[in-house]
Design a protein around this ligand. Structure first.
Ligand code: SF4
Length: 390
């Protein structure tokens, strides 16, 4: 069995009471079968509380006011302090470590939804790398696992990383290349021509980021626009439409999420009367917060590393890259809105806070993740040419 981890993986350790938030509120914590049996057999003094605060039918911890029943006022876990570390269920023991499972491979990451993990992740300025090692484990075979597609996805992701981490090229061009490349990959899969993948990659490698590629991008992004809604070509209209498409479809995990979005985005979209205003504010933000250029790259990489190869289970290759672009866009817009709200000031801590708050809403909910991907696939607003002009 192979295990892959980002190089910074070992830097994480929970900061518990010093955490600006807690991972034990706002989502239902499901209990694995083994822990449930352990709780059932538990005989210590903590037994009564343990038994009363588990929803045995739902197999989850009870919640009071959206907080786990075991979370005390200091934001520490009573089960941990009263009954010991060994009593933690799988979810609590592993979080924020996230594992994607493939036949013969486990890919580990640290979820951006934890403030400390987000802080570690965002403070790395160098190009992110991953380490793969072999560990002893029984050989496994997944039913219907398409190994051919998986190999193509792994190779493609490797190539996407080289595109993303090419710092001699502006991020916008790198993002367009990611989209163009995975758009073509999806087409070849849809036409049952997966064997074309090597040629597609070679073609994209050859065209690089030069004039020919840029001419093609410009033809793609304006060509189909002839028939598309012209209003969507106005960034301000397009961006508001993106928010209106995504947010109402998502379940809210933390009370106050919609009010936070409203408070943060209103200064941005009401103070800008046209696209020129909007672009001027973006430039101001990037001058005041130069770290964004690296963080944009790291965030795109985060979403692609975590979700791209999952396309082996649902064939939605292009949707996963669109999602990476849109999630990064959402973080950017919240950051620029915060910058305006704070009299044109913005800090690293604010970026950490935006990332973990958004990631919680999205990644702590399977329905939200599924819905986001469905929208990327089906909603007109997320068509290829619109994403190219973001
Ligand atoms: S969110 Fe992260 S740092 Fe905070 S308590 Fe949970 S694991 Fe620890």
């Amino acid at each position: 069995m192979q295990i892959t981890k980002p190089v910074f993986y070992k830097e994480f350790s929970c900061i518990a009471g010093a955490c600006p938030d807690t991972c034990c509120a706002g989502w239902q914590i499901m209990i694995d079968d083994r822990s449930l049996k352990k709780y059932h057999r538990y005989k210590g003094v903590f037994r009564n509380r343990l038994h009363n605060d588990i929803d045995w039918k739902e197999q989850s911890f009870r919640q009071y006011d959206h907080r786990c029943a075991f979370l005390n006022e200091e934001n520490l876990c009573d089960m941990y302090s009263e009954a010991g570390q060994d009593m933690l269920c799988d979810t609590c023991r592993k979080y924020p470590r996230h594992i994607e499972e493939f036949e013969g491979l486990r890919e580990y990451s640290l979820s951006l939804s934890c403030p400390e993990a987000a802080r570690i992740f965002l403070s790395h300025n160098e190009k992110l790398t991953f380490v793969t090692r072999e560990v002893p484990a029984p050989e496994e075979t997944y039913d219907d696992f398409d190994y051919l597609l998986f190999t193509a996805l792994m190779d493609t992701r490797e190539y996407l990383f080289t595109i993303l981490q090419n710092r001699s090229v502006p991020v916008k061009l790198r993002r367009q290349k990611l989209l163009a490349c995975t758009h073509d990959f999806q087409l070849s899969l849809d036409k049952n021509e997966l064997f074309q993948w090597e040629d597609i990659r070679q073609r994209h490698l050859n065209s690089g980021f030069g004039d020919r590629f840029q001419e093609k991008i410009s033809a793609w992004s304006t060509g189909n626009a002839e028939t598309a809604d012209r209003n969507d070509r106005i960034l301000l209209v397009l961006y508001k439409h993106i928010w209106k498409t995504v947010i109402p479809q998502m379940e809210v995990l933390r009370p106050g999420w919609h009010a936070y979005l409203q408070d943060t985005l209103t200064p941005l979209y009401t103070s800008c009367k046209n696209d020129a205003d909007l672009l001027a504010v973006y430039r101001e933000f990037e001058a005041a917060y130069p770290a964004w250029s690296i963080q944009e790259e790291q965030l795109l990489l985060y979403w692609i590393y975590t979700y791209f190869c999952g396309a082996v289970y649902d064939d939605r290759i292009f949707a996963k890259v669109k999602m990476a672009v849109i999630c990064t866009f959402i973080i950017h817009e919240l950051a620029v809105g915060t910058f305006l709200r704070n009299d044109r000031k913005f800090s690293f801590e604010e970026m950490v806070s935006i990332c973990y708050r958004f990631s919680r809403e999205l990644e702590h909910s399977d329905p939200n993740l599924n819905e986001m991907e469905r929208l990327m696939d089906e909603a007109e607003i997320f068509r290829f040419e619109n994403l190219l002009i973001i």
